[in-house]
Design a protein around this ligand. Sequence first.
Ligand SMILES: O=C(O)Cc1cc(O)ccc1O
Ligand SMILES: [Fe+2]
Length: 330
Amino acid sequence: MDFVSGLHTLCGAGEPRGRNGIAVHIFVCNTSMIDRCLYNSDGDFLIVPQQGKLLITTEFGKMLVEPNEICVIQQGMRFSVEVFGETRGYILEVYGAHFELPDLGPIGANGLANPRDFLVPVAWYEDRQVPGGYTVISKYQGKLFAAQQDYSPYNVVAWHGNYTPYKYHLEKFMVINAVAFDHADPSIFTVLTAKTTRAGVALADFVIFPPRWGVANNTFRPPYYHRNCMSEFMGLIKGHYEAKEEGFQPGGGSLHSMMTPHGPDADCFEKASKAKLEPERVADGTMAFMFESSLSLAVTKWGLQTSNRLDKNYYKCWEPLKSHFNPKCK
Ligand SMILES: O=C(O)Cc1cc(O)ccc1O
Ligand SMILES: [Fe+2]
């Protein structure tokens, strides 16, 4: 099964017809796309490999994208994926907006994902006839259409401009966090954002939870219990997520829909409530991420049924939580 046939949509919202929208897909594949390419007429793909590396050929050149790196293939760009064994990952698709760096506001000139760390392919081409037929697949209005041609589409000898695919290594992220007290909104970990026309309201943010120091005093350091106006799809590239040490596996996903309360599991709550608040490393050897959207997301039939992977007991991670309210406590 190659990248195109292994592409499954988990959830999404909005219409790929000029209006804003997003979709979350996962891919699971073990064979390369041979004499086949894909382009997305609907929007842009932000690809997060989780297992196995992707050698992506584009009209702009080649990119090797390994787990802990991400890449963006924008609307209309033809690409083929070569894989090396069992390969899987996540895709955030956005319609009607492109990914950009978040405004840094008071952070100033540098920080978070820095422009210098985004890599763009160098031109590569082949002048190759394919008498047996080269298949060009278009994702158009959510469906796949195939056309045949008798030559490789990677015949672009050179290019210039700034509408390109690009990749980024998540280790390059310059982490900013609370250094006195309180838990910062995870938007402080935004790598890329796709904006809406309403200032401060993201169509989608790509947010990571990188290795860092936890130093906040007088603070419950893990994510707070909350409900909010965003949909939060979480994924895990490697290791454990600090708020759910068990049960949330690399390659898995969770969706906390807007206004649905959620937070750390009972075990994390107990440990963090008793922990001595000295400087400690958080999330070493791990990389969790979040696709966060201001849109509400509908889960597909594939996600709910066909995949046969729905965790029906997920809510149980909060059941052992006890009330610790004590009105006399100072
Ligand atoms: O829900 C989650 O695990 C993601 C998350 C992390 C955090 O540190 C604060 C808020 C938030 O939604
Ligand atoms: Fe959350």
